[in-house]
Design a binder for this molecule. Structure first.
Ligand code: FES
Ligand SMILES: [Fe+2]
Length: 442
């Protein structure tokens, strides 16, 4: 019998340099084209056009960032029962996330160990075992190869399990990394962030709705657009009913016409902080967006209007509260993680956003609304009302992103300066710049 060795396990042995590219621009080597493009970045300004438009640079990003970093892909609510699964495309890779028969959430490369066929072709569903549709090789939910019709007994099937992908469950939020040596930084971020997220009880939620939008823009434009609310006042009439329009502004930046909104914000913030302190819920901002592999920002902030949820007047959208939360007026707990996520956790529902690049000028934004598993549709909530504000906001953001992609593709485009209200955009680009250089130098 042939022995299982590193080759049959399929460990990564291949190099990762782009054709003709060297690492980190060392003397005597051909400069990495992505580093060369980044060298043209002016801090505090939007990026040079090729970083939004060049397909070759996009492929290099896939290799240096998307195959190396921790990426937010969904939540435990999407794999509630053994056998439940969903798939995520990351560049050329497809990742299968599923709950195994022992209730553990796992991730695998969605590639058959026989001749490489995609195993699962639906984007979500439920299986008993994982059966390849080509020659019926059959894998357990733990990835082991259980059955391979007519395969010689000489072949050691124990080394033909599905190839595992690193997965981390952060209080119910699921992150994967395609790297064979994923950063340990997510465990450290988990220790800070989990106490904020855990009270929302994601393990006892279900998916109320999910939308996939393919925005017509580079993934960085999608992220940049998310990391500021400079455009909210004019761009998001529904969202700003509950999302204070002063988000991202320091007190000395508040324009006169928003001073009244800021005063109301301060009162609501003081009320919310008292409510959190009484219940020992963490609320203070923690911001570490630039310098670590899993850059993040977390904060609990008040909602405007009735202060309960993302509705047109701020009143509750789901009557059933999440987790152990005792009151609807718990504001919004907002979490950003680099490079591809933002999540809002309210007392009555959670909405998660996962950004996944499709092409240099197309990006999938997956939005998922979670409610308590015992909440009854039509009684405790209804989907059109629950999803209205963020559906509209997503549509508006998709329009901004598409217009910007068209503009940065125009030969007349020149990078422009960020306002102080866009400091999280600059933080995102500093993180991006640092990670690209770091990974290229490895
Ligand atoms: S490729 Fe999957 S069973 Fe043959
Ligand atoms: Fe927006």
């Amino acid at each position: 019998m042939r022995r299982c060795d590193d080759r049959c396990r399929g460990t990564d042995a291949g190099g990762d340099a782009a054709p003709g590219a060297a690492r980190g621009g060392r003397p005597g080597r051909v400069p990495d084209p992505l580093i060369a493009a980044l060298d043209g970045r002016v801090p505090g300004h939007s990026l040079p056009a090729p970083l939004y438009t060049d397909p070759g640079l996009f492929q290099r990003e896939l290799r240096l960032l998307w195959q190396r970093q921790w990426l937010f892909v969904g939540s435990v609510a999407e794999v509630r029962e053994p056998g439940d699964y969903f798939t995520v495309d990351l560049g050329a890779s497809s990742v299968l996330v599923l709950r195994d028969d022992d209730e553990q959430v796992r991730a695998f490369h969605n590639v058959c160990r026989h001749r490489g066929s995609r195993l699962v072709t639906d984007d979500h569903g439920s299986v008993g075992n994982i059966v390849c549709g080509y020659h019926q090789w059959t894998y357990g939910t733990d990835g082991r190869l259980l059955h391979a019709p007519q395969l010689s007994a000489e072949v050691d099937t124990s080394c033909l399990a599905l190839r595992a992908v690193a997965l981390h469950d952060l209080a119910g939020l699921l992150y994967v990394s395609l790297s064979p040596e994923p950063s340990s930084d997510l465990a450290e971020v988990d220790r800070v962030v989990a106490p904020y997220v855990a009270p929302h009880g994601l393990a006892r939620t279900k998916v109320a709705a999910q939308t996939d939008i393919v925005e017509q823009g580079n993934w960085k434009l999608v992220m940049e657009n998310n990391r500021e609310c400079y455009h909210c006042e004019g761009g998001h009439p529904e969202l700003t009913r509950t999302f204070f329009p002063t988000w991202g502004l320091d007190p000395d930046q508040i324009p006169p016409h928003l001073q009244h909104d800021h005063d109301r914000y301060l009162l609501a913030e003081a009320d919310l902080q008292r409510a959190c302190d009484v219940r020992s819920l963490p609320h203070a901002v923690v911001e570490d967006l630039e310098d670590r592999p899993v850059g993040f920002w977390v904060q609990r902030e008040p909602l405007d209007g009735a202060g309960e949820s993302f509705s047109r007047d701020g009143s509750r959208l789901v009557s059933r509260l999440l987790g152990e939360l005792p009151d609807h007026r718990m504001g919004r707990l907002s979490l950003h993680t680099q490079p591809n996520a933002w999540v809002h956790l309210l007392a009555d529902h959670v909405v998660t956003f996962s950004v996944l690049p499709v092409a240099v000028d197309r990006t999938l934004v997956r939005t998922t609304w979670l409610v308590h598993e015992d909440a009854v549709e039509g009684v405790d909530y209804d989907v059109p009302t629950l999803t209205e504000v963020w559906r509209r906001t997503n549509e508006q953001d998709a329009t901004f992103v598409a217009r910007t992609q068209a503009g940065v593709t125009d030969p007349a485009y020149l990078p422009g300066p960020y306002s102080r209200a866009e400091r999280h955009v600059e933080s995102f680009l500093r993180w991006y710049d640092a990670r690209v250089r770091e990974e290229a130098a490895r």
